[in-house]
Design a protein around this ligand. Sequence first.
Ligand code: SDX
Length: 388
Amino acid sequence: AKGVFTFDPGFMSTASTESAITYIDGGAGMLLHRGYPIDQLAEHSDHLETCYLLLNGELPTDEQKAAFVEDIKAEIAVSDSSAAVLDGFPADSHPMAVMVSLLGTLAAEFHESTNIEDEADRYKAAIRVIAKIPTLSAMTYKHSVGEAYVKPEPGLSYAENFLHMMYGTAGEAPKVNPVLAKAMDVIFLLHADHEQNASTSTVRLAGSTGANPYACIASGISALWGPAHGGANEAVLTMLNEIGDESRIEEFIAKAKDKNDPFRLMGFGHRVYKNFDPRSRVMRKICDEVLADLGVENDPLFKIARRLEKIALEDQYFIDRKLYPNVDFYSGIILKAIGIPTSMFTVIFALGRTPGWIAHWNEMLSNPYKIGRPRQLYTGSVKRDYPA
Ligand code: SDX
């Protein structure tokens, strides 16, 4: 017999889920980082300043920002041991699988010297992951295309350095495209944090056991990989390519509504937003700018995306279920226009989300916390005796 046991909600420890970092009002389509609306941060701030805000709770003074940027630059390089593990992967390994392991190399390298009870050590861990994740990401890409790793340049910004390490040539001077660097920086910023989504909750749960912070970030990368979460940006491009032509959009809208068909419109819907994801509004604007700058505004995939968005927003099925384009819908098109390979899209998401993950980890460890223990609702058999 199947029984359902009730449980005392008092077991639900709130200590491991309280946070002052990000607030989302899904009905209003509002996203605040330490009280600042995401669209204002996207317009007036930059990724590293937003990292500082997420970690410290306030926007930095000019001096604080300059010191933070220097701290990041001082940690941007990675050790030969990380490169050696990367070199051991087959070139066609999925970059997200590689990144999980590369965070493991940081855990191995810094475990002994990281005391998570020490505020300075926690800050150091935050700086290291924010600084090294672009380098590891770019190296993962270079390994996949069989090219030599490109070292970061001290004179470049965070996003410029990432694009240089991705597309530069070892030993050659960087070629910077300010429009693409700005677009990349805003994409990182728009992904920086999003309250306690699946991957952030994974990082917090791992952190609540006292695990190594770099291993906690590895667990966040693992959770983000799924197509229902961070893998959706890659899945959006796969879907647009599958649609292939504007004439086939209605066919796919019908598939998305067919209960017998597992197909869902990638880049639509959200666990929390029952309104436009405020990030996708900003992302849409960047999409226009980047495609115009690159002269590819008539990119067929972008035209399909635009038309798909219009049709879906007018379709009663989607309206009834409050399904709107989310952050992944346009990010994939921008990343494709910038030349990022589809397999790297979720790595870009992880790169952008790292400051949110580590800010939540640090916030939880900076206050009294208990080990997380999500309570189950038991639906199994009631107590019974083994047959005599
Ligand atoms: C991210 O949580 C976060 O904050 C995540 C994120 C972040 O920044 O960390 O914002 C990033 O993960 C964004 C989401 C990216 N995923 C996708 O774009 C994948 C496609 N979306 C769906 O898989 C879905 O919308 C989810 C998983 C995102 C949300 O699913 P929910 O809230 O669990 O919705 P549901 O499954 O309860 O669906 C409600 C109804 C259902 O129909 P009914 O059974 O009520 O008739 O809406 C339908 C669903 O079938 N539905 C969709 C749909 N999403 C939901 N139908 C077609 N296409 C879709 N995309």
